[in-house]
Design a binder for this molecule. Structure first.
Ligand code: SF4
Length: 186
């Protein structure tokens, strides 16, 4: 049996101006056509068989004041999780070195906070600097940031910030009540 490629033209240019109709058309594609298109674009820009290894470390675990219903780290639920304070910088650096030794090129540090406090920021900034100086890409997820905190993290050398929207605006209050979709979007 001979497989034939889908006839849909493949646009490989990097674009930021997708129309709603184009997005809908993509959404409606048969699954295998979608896979084919995704693979084609991927192969054009990256080594098809290479993956980046990233390691995630929880730098502060549990007792989060938010009530995200999917999360065992929320202080609102009794999940039996062992709480931990913010880890010492030396411990984070040791974990980052070990991750690099195992082939990671990116190190992500996550804290169970609504947002980082003023007193925690100097530690967090130092972590970024020290992990970056090991030659690793740095990534953090610390909750909601003020613009000034985002700038401080960037100036310290943070490469990526991870922040998700949790769910749709319509469904938001069913999942989280301690903040709004708008807070998260901001
Ligand atoms: S903000 Fe993050 S750590 Fe806190 S409960 Fe929600 S998902 Fe968990």
């Amino acid at each position: 049996m001979t497989a034939t490629a889908p006839s849909t033209a493949i646009s490989t240019a990097i674009r930021h101006d997708w129309t709603l109709q184009e997005a809908r058309d993509l959404f409606e594609l048969p699954f295998n056509d979608l896979l084919f298109r995704a693979q084609s674009v991927h192969r054009e820009h990256f080594d098809p068989n290479e993956v980046q290894v990233s390691t995630l470390l929880s730098i502060k675990t549990g007792a989060c004041p938010e009530d995200c219903k999917y999360c065992p780290q929320s202080g609102h639920y009794n999940t039996g999780l062992e709480k931990e304070k913010l880890l010492e910088i030396e411990k984070v650096v040791a974990e980052a070195k070990a991750a690099k030794g195992k082939g990671a090129s990116r190190f992500c540090m996550g804290a169970a906070w609504r947002s980082p406090s003023k007193k925690d920021m100097p530690y967090v900034l130092d972590m970024v600097k020290q992990v970056k100086s090991l030659g690793l890409e740095t990534c953090m997820t610390l909750g909601m940031l003020k613009e000034s905190q985002a700038k401080e993290l960037a100036d310290a050398g943070l490469d990526y910030y991870n922040h998700n929207l949790d769910t749709s605006e319509k469904f938001y209050s069913h999942i989280i009540t301690t903040r709004t979709y708008k807070d998260r979007l901001d």
